[in-house]
Write a protein that binds this ligand. Structure first.
Ligand code: ADP
Ligand code: MG
Length: 212
């Protein structure tokens, strides 16, 4: 086990979770930058499936960036961690398979500080595997909120604005928005309605402006 100057073992799992736009990537990058300032050996890894903004970087919606490696599976990710690495940052963890739980556990047991960011719920408001199990075994859990795009209240849900039925549908503000419990509409039918009304609003921008 790696023991640092302060005498505290570093090995642990930290999870940063919440809906889309809540600042998970920003918070992950903030913690990793501090570790880099502390001259710790840091590796950043994200699933190959998430190539929305960049294949070689973790990127936040506010365009904060950090160089990252892609891994197709959790086991592959484990193999990519160098023997001398002290801190591992993982973004978009919900896209990894269930092996992620054992992989993070193994890394933490090796004395590595594992910081994992990911969606705790999918667009239907259901726990997003492998996050629930990871939350269960983590030492530190930070659940953050976004701003509801309907009323401005704190938001914990990710509203999908289209309805393909696929659980994994990559996209950003054109396909998803943050919603509070009151305004979250998980049903497919309602999502189609939302998509139609949004398309309508885009067609007649002046009327939308008048109505507000
Ligand atoms: P996440 O990784 O949780 O999806 P990011 O860290 O990529 O979030 O982005 C967070 C940033 O997104 C915020 O700092 C803000 O600039 C922007 N943002 C856009 N829409 C919202 C919203 N509805 N609520 C909060 N922040 C938002
Ligand atoms: Mg993110």
């Amino acid at each position: 086990m790696t023991v640092h100057g302060s005498g505290f073992p570093q090995g642990r799992i930290e999870v940063i979770c919440g809906p889309m736009f809540s600042g998970k990537s920003e918070e992950l990058i903030r913690r990793l930058r501090r570790a880099i300032i502390a001259r710790q050996r840091v590796q950043v890894i994200k699933p190959t499936v998430d190539t929305r903004y960049s294949e070689s970087e973790v990127v936040s919606h506010s365009d904060v960036r950090l160089t990252a490696t892609c891994a197709p599976t959790a086991r592959d990710m484990y193999a990519k961690v160098h023997s001398r690495t002290e801190v591992v940052g993982i973004d978009e963890a919900q896209f990894f398979d269930e092996d992620l739980v054992a992989v993070c556990d193994g890394l933490a047991n090796r004395g590595i500080r594992v910081i994992v960011a990911g969606l705790d719920m999918d667009y239907r408001g259901r726990p997003f595997a492998p996050m629930p199990r990871l939350l269960g075994i983590a030492e530190i859990v930070t659940k953050i909120q976004a701003v509801c795009m309907v009323c401005g209240a704190p938001a914990s849900f990710s509203q999908r604005l289209s309805a393909t039925g696929d659980r994994v549908e990559l996209g950003s503000s054109e396909r998803y928005e943050a919603r509070c419990r009151r305004h979250f509409e998980p049903e497919e039918e309602r999502q189609l309605e939302l998509l139609r009304s949004r398309a309508e609003a885009l067609r007649v921008p002046s009327q939308v402006h008048d109505a507000s």
